[in-house]
Design a protein around this ligand. Structure first.
Ligand SMILES: Nc1ncnc2c1ncn2[C@@H]1O[C@H](COP(=O)(O)OP(=O)(O)O)[C@@H](O)[C@H]1O
Ligand SMILES: [Mg+2]
Length: 253
């Protein structure tokens, strides 16, 4: 679908400024943010997406940021705008962690950032729980398996570099499934200082937790929970490829 874009200058005017300075900003803050966007070469913005804020459609919203579709030059990219009430006073930490994830080909590609913004690859798609609900008919099991397998491989690579995503137990908010790939998002709460538990968290969320587990169960018969928990314990002890592949096998992936 073609999106319509408006000039970044209009971002300073209501109602658009409510997004740029969500939930509340002074006109000085807004002016300074427009300046920051110009330095980042952000030219225009499109109000599109499945979340609405006020009366405007956006790509999404969390506790740290509000995400909109913008153009940097002529390229469509996602812009994460730091909320004025965010616990974080800059985006720097998330930038470092996202770059680290990118080093093993995980997450949306990080492009540029500044104090209040993070510019990254725009991921077209829907969250994994909604996506699972769209599956029906022949080929569903195959599609589901390959998507879960890809997500698990991403988690395995993050485990290997000891980068713990931190929020994968809430899987629906952190995996976007598109036509050609699925991507883990939001490295805001990630850390290299904790024990990384990406594979275990996401396996629990997908196969043991209630929401998605129920739906996947209908599409293909999952192994007994005890068996999954058992192999996860082994993997936790030793995050080796051998143990990871044992897990994939048990999960019939
Ligand atoms: N690169 C992206 N492409 C498309 N949508 C995105 C992208 N990054 C985030 N979103 C959307 O914006 C929402 C909020 O982003 P997120 O990074 O989770 O913010 P927060 O750190 O505040 O939780 C996500 O749930 C998702 O719907
Ligand atoms: Mg989030």
């Amino acid at each position: 679908m073609a999106h319509s874009f408006i000039s970044i200058k209009k971002f300073a005017d209501e109602p658009y400024s409510n997004i740029l300075g969500y939930p509340k900003a002074t006109s000085r803050q807004i002016r300074s943010r427009i300046n920051e966007l110009e330095k980042l070469k952000i030219k225009s913005v499109s109000f599109t997406g499945s979340t609405t804020l006020g009366n405007l459609a956006i790509l999404g919203k969390g506790y740290v940021g509000v995400v909109v579709l913008v153009k940097k030059g002529s390229k469509q990219v996602a812009l994460k705008i730091r909320r004025t009430d965010s616990q974080r006073n800059e985006m720097k930490n998330e930038v470092i962690l996202l770059k680290l994830a990118n080093s093993v080909n995980v997450g949306p590609k990080m492009y540029v950032a500044s104090k209040n913004f993070l510019v990254m690859e725009y991921l077209e798609g829907i969250d994994i729980s909604k996506w699972v609900n769209t599956l029906k008919g022949i080929g569903s099991a195959k599609k589901l398996k390959s998507t879960i397998r890809n997500v698990l491989e991403d988690c395995y690579r993050l485990d290997q570099i000891s980068l713990d995503h931190g929020e994968l137990s809430n899987v629906s908010k952190h995996v976007i499934v598109g036509k050609t790939k699925s991507t883990l998002i939001d490295f805001e709460s990630s850390s290299t200082k904790r024990r990384s538990s990406n594979v275990t968290s996401i396996t629990q969320a997908i196969f043991i937790g209630s929401g998605i587990a129920k739906k996947t169960q209908k599409i293909y018969k999952n192994p007994p929970k005890e068996k999954i928990i058992d192999i996860l314990k082994q993997y936790k002890q030793e995050k080796t490829r051998v143990n990871f592949e044992k897990l994939l096998k048990i999960l019939k992936l």
